[in-house]
Design a protein. Sequence first.
Length: 142
Amino acid sequence: MTVKKTTSKTRASLTITAVGRRKRAVARVRLNFKKGEWLVNGTPIQDYFKSKILTSVYAQPLRLAQVEDRVGFQAKIIGGGVMAQIGALNHALARALSKYDTDKFRSIMKTAGFLTRDPREKERRKPGQGGKARRKRQSPKR
């Protein structure tokens, strides 16, 4: 989690990097505090997450902090499914915002639960159980 300053010494020219995770998805985000595009894996976020339902879910930390019209970001997301990738993106954006201004954004993100990494993972398959993690063989009736 590095804070890298670009040419100017003002806060508006900061590029903040952060990593977020959810299940098997890992999102690496570079957040710029100037109006710009929201790119995920090189494509606009509306094209990457195409569902109408998902538009209300992605980038929730930016909406909560009321900075969505003032920032741009580039995200590289690998692994996981669609919802895990959105969860990882939200986690990374919340971490980047709290790193940018701890006093202002950390309490907002903490109370909303975006800074807490969700520890739930897929349970491993155990041998001798018929293909699933918790499935047991059927016992005889008598």
